[in-house]
Ligand binder design. Structure first.
Ligand SMILES: [Zn+2]
Length: 296
């Protein structure tokens, strides 16, 4: 893992081309956080590794509200000016955003509660929420029946369109149904296929509907050549990087609970696939993430 490029001089000016990453998808709510690791320590560790921002993703109404609370709390901390050189805390320019969604595992709960929570948050705190999701299909585990997954996904596609939010899609072993629903509803203007697990054919189909592809630590796994091939053909302006922490820790951290700092290992693996430097991949994936979530 290269961290040499990640530094900035104490005066604030860049000394070298710094690799500055955004973790486009992670779960930092208490129930997901590695035991004994405080939120601010986790983010400060990420910042030290070159991470400049994270998108904290909700998986049901409760964790979606928690994602929003967490963003509010971190922003309060950073705007209080307690970060950076004074040690320990999160740098002032560290950015955090929330998404609100119902994961396909929880689809049988129905979207009612989520819809209510989203409406409530959007009324007062529009700028904290950048996307609806994660939502979609998971036919690998199939914790919710398929028709419930379809209903919940279709409803959330509609929510994203109605509120002009990005849609964050989880699709596992369900490409046909995922693309069916997206095509039927008309994909929202900004759609992200998170933790992309398909190969080049699936990537082509997703790119053709205008989606962004976000790659996780899976690209570092030996058996995942198909996913690397998908990354290889994904244009840099549609390619994003994520940890999906606490899941899917990249090599060389496999088996541990993942954390945003390790997005650097994911990004470095992708830079190799794309034949560009880590700094360059950091810059393009950051721009892609800003475009995907309309971060300005
Ligand atoms: Zn996730």
């Amino acid at each position: 893992m290269t961290t040499v490029e990640a530094g900035e001089s104490p005066s604030g000016g860049s000394t070298a081309p710094a690799a500055r990453w955004i973790d486009s998808h992670c779960h930092l709510q208490d129930k997901y956080r590695p035991e004994g690791l405080e939120l601010l320590s986790e983010l400060s560790e990420a910042a030290a590794a070159g991470v400049t921002g994270v998108v904290c993703v909700g998986t049901d109404a409760a964790t979606s509200r928690q994602a929003v609370d967490l963003v509010r709390a971190v922003r309060r901390e950073t705007s209080a000016g307690r970060g950076g050189a004074r040690g320990g805390a999160v740098p002032d320019d560290f950015e955090v955003w929330a998404t609100m969604g119902l994961h396909p595992h929880e689809a049988s709960d129905g979207v009612g509660e989520l819809e209510h929570a989203l409406a409530e948050v959007l009324e007062t705190d529009r700028d904290l929420v950048v996307a609806v999701g994660e939502c979609g299909f998971d036919y690998h585990y199939e914790h919710s029946p398929r028709p419930a997954q379809r209903d919940a996904f279709a409803a959330q596609v509609e929510l994203a369109r109605r509120h002009d939010l990005t849609l964050v899609v989880h699709s596992r072993d369900a490409w046909d149904d995922t693309l069916d629903v997206l095509r039927a509803a008309g994909p929202p203007e900004r759609t992200v296929l998170h933790c992309f697990t398909g190969g080049p054919d699936e990537a082509r189909r997703c790119l053709d509907i205008g989606a962004f592809l976000s790659f996780s630590g899976i690209v570092t796994f030996k058996g995942a050549q198909d996913v690397r091939d998908a990354a290889a053909m994904c244009p840099l302006d549609r390619l994003m990087v994520e940890t999906d922490a606490p899941f899917l820790a990249p090599v060389p951290h496999r088996g541990k609970q993942n954390r945003p700092a390790w997005v650097v290992a994911v990004g470095e693996a992708l830079s190799e696939v794309k034949g560009v430097t880590p700094s360059s991949l950091a810059a393009t994936s950051t721009s892609a993430t800003r475009a995907a979530f309309a971060l300005g």
